[in-house]
Design a binder for this molecule. Structure first.
Ligand SMILES: Cc1ncc(C[n+]2csc(CCOP(=O)(O)OP(=O)(O)O)c2C)c(N)n1
Ligand SMILES: [Mg+2]
Length: 595
């Protein structure tokens, strides 16, 4: 059904919106997720009857938040943008949460929409007035990299090329282009010239200055206990690979902040979660693409009503900060986090900075030979801390193996076993990132990471987008789906089913917006009020949602609620078989409240 519209051979653009389709095709945009609306009826017609519903193919979504969320997940998995079309002011408002999530994740999305007619003489009564804004882009301007409203058909190509380039240049971000219905529906009299894209290449990445590279080499070789904190390095394969090389070469432990997948989960130098043990030893921190260094090197004290931050780093530890984030700062939202202290700070793209750093370090043969024993000694010491992490994990898993509700440690262990011989990608995670302890992920982009925007409703749409992006590659995509987040955008199941998007959805049903129970507990403790009241307005009980039945109503294979831990392996394998047949499948697991 999705490819139904027949195309006449390379038709000539006849209407304004045909030129938008020309641009989408020129940039090889594979998909455009949308919920339909009259403000882009011209574009919609062009997508189907001029573009042949191919490159881009329309993906119908029951909510604009889902449409943009799909594009978010696609960009994450594929490293390039797809488009989302949102209806004038109403669709734009619905999509704004998802646009903000993409902004905080520095991911490119081409959001297009309609407006107007801006010329009031052309308007239909009521609805064209109610649904037109001046300037429409203002609604999202604070969290897109750029927005534009080309005023003529002739202005469309340049506007689109600029939007695409800005969206995909690091630090990346969503862009919004608004097309007046008059522009879309204009009958063309001549040909609109689309310039050769070869004349508008992507800019080469930003390398660190000589001084910065030389200083990093010196400090790394002098340091006794260097550590690495990484957040968005894994957005590029070259960054991912050289981070591993660097860590191994000098025996430097890595603390993964999971903005992208930066370091193999089970690597013996992965000390994520062992910050309390390791960071107090550090004398040098190499912070790579880390927007929130404070969060990475400190722990919040919230037990028993206390509040505060404990800094785990010795005050004498030097900090090298390498990032591009200062290039994309807006005043409206403080998602830039606390101002970082650094002894050496540089604007550089880690995907070229790290390979060059490793090359230079390898060249220091004399010094490396001199400190070889020292490096080996610290490697052994770090590995011991890693082993403590594994032992604690295994002990916990064993102790909770038969628990009911099912322990997440068991669920992750079973999931890892089921995926063992598959080429899989984990598209969404718990807020805690606890799965990284259990899953044997080692490949570039195998865990698509936490989402920084924190707006619920992300998991399913983003997973659908990732699964769409990876469909041809034959990867098994797994959406580990917390129940509360799921309910926001549940209707995305229709999209999953209709487009046969192969995705294994494992619902983490703790039947609560549990994060907030912990907040209410804290409030009660601080205020001396009854802790047992923490569940009101938070628990998803009476009724408990039957996600498996819900999924079946959308025509999706499903099972659950699974309450017996012993059944997990069997049902996960059954679901996997369905996904391997190219369809979505859902397993609803009744779990403990949190890992
Ligand atoms: C749009 C939006 N609304 C509310 C919140 C506040 N919030 C943060 S976490 C959370 C609970 C999430 O519940 P669930 O997805 O089931 O995960 P759990 O905490 O149970 O692991 C809520 C309500 C939010 N982050 N985003
Ligand atoms: Mg929950």
């Amino acid at each position: 059904m999705s490819k139904a519209a027949p195309v006449v051979e390379k038709p000539r653009a006849e209407w304004g919106s045909d030129v938008i389709v020309d641009m989408l095709k020129a940039f090889e945009i594979e998909y455009i997720a949308l919920n339909p609306g009259s403000s882009f009826r011209g574009l919609h017609d062009s997508l189907i009857n001029y573009g042949g519903n191919h490159m881009p193919e329309t993906i119908l979504c029951p909510h604009e938040e889902i449409a943009v969320g799909v594009a978010h997940g696609y960009a994450r998995a594929k490293g390039k943008p797809m488009a989302a079309a949102v209806h004038n002011v109403v669709g734009l408002q619905h999509s704004s949460m998802a646009i903000y999530n993409a902004w905080c994740d520095r991911l490119p999305i081409i959001v297009v929409g309609g407006t107007g007619p801006t010329d009031t003489a052309h308007r239909r009564p009521r609805i064209d007035w109610v649904h037109t804004a001046v300037v429409q882009g203002n609604l999202v301007r604070e969290f897109v990299k750029w927005d534009d409203q080309p005023a003529s058909v002739e202005a469309i190509p340049e506007s689109f090329i600029r939007a695409y380039r800005l969206a995909t240049t690091d630090p990346m971000g969503p862009v919004y282009i608004c097309y007046d219905t008059d522009v879309q529906e204009k009958k063309l009299t001549g040909e609109t010239v689309i310039p050769s894209l070869l004349r508008y290449p992507a800019p080469l990445p930003v390398q660190a200055p000589e001084e910065g590279l030389a200083q990093t080499v010196r400090w790394l070789l002098e340091a006794k206990r260097p550590v690495i904190v990484a957040d968005w390095v894994g957005r590029n394969e070259a960054g991912f690979d050289s981070l591993r090389e660097l860590a191994e070469l000098l025996a430097i432990p890595v603390f993964d902040q999971n903005g992208r997948f930066n370091f193999p989960c089970q690597h013996s130098l992965n000390l994520t979660d062992m910050e309390r043990e390791a960071l107090p030893q550090a004398d040098l921190v190499l912070a790579l693409d880390v927007p929130d260094l404070e969060g990475a090197v400190s722990r919040r004290v919230q037990e028993k009503g206390k509040r505060g931050i404990i800094n785990l780093l010795p005050s004498s530890a030097k900090v090298i900060n390498v990032a591009l984030d200062d290039l994309l700062v807006r005043a409206w939202s403080h998602e830039f986090n606390r101002l970082r202290q650094a002894d050496l700070s540089m604007l550089a793209d880690t995907s070229i900075y790290l390979p060059e750093l490793v090359r230079r370090l390898r060249d220091e043969k004399g010094i490396l030979a001199k400190i070889a024993a020292e490096i080996e000694q610290r490697r052994n010491e770090w590995v011991k801390i890693h082993q403590q992490r594994d032992q604690a994990r295994d002990a916990k898993t064993k102790a909770n193996w038969d628990n009911k509700p099912i322990a997440l440690s068991r669920l992750f262990t079973e999931l890892n076993a089921v995926l063992k011989n598959e080429d899989w990608v984990y598209t969404n995670s718990t807020r805690y990132g606890a799965e990284n302890l259990y899953l044997d992920a080692a490949k570039f982009n195998q865990m698509l990471g936490k989402f920084k925007g924190g707006g619920l409703g992300y998991g399913l749409p983003a997973s659908l987008g990732a699964a769409l992006a990876l469909k041809e590659a034959g990867k098994i995509c797994v959406d580990f789906q917390p129940d509360g987040d799921f309910l926001f955008t549940l209707s995305g199941l229709w999209t999953a089913s209709h487009y046969r998007i192969p995705l294994l959805i494992v619902v983490f049903s703790n039947r609560s917006y549990y994060n907030d129970e912990e907040h209410q507990e804290r409030m009660a403790q601080l205020r001396g009020r009854p802790v047992e009241n923490k569940i009101y307005g938070i628990r998803l009980q009476e009724p408990e949602v039957d996600f498996a039945t819900t999924a079946r109503s959308f025509g999706i294979w499903s099972t659950g609620p699974v309450t017996e831990p012993g059944e997990l392996s069997k049902v996960l394998r059954e679901a996997l078989k369905v996904v391997k047949d190219g369809k979505p499948a859902l397993v609803d697991v009744v779990c403990e409240m949190r890992p």
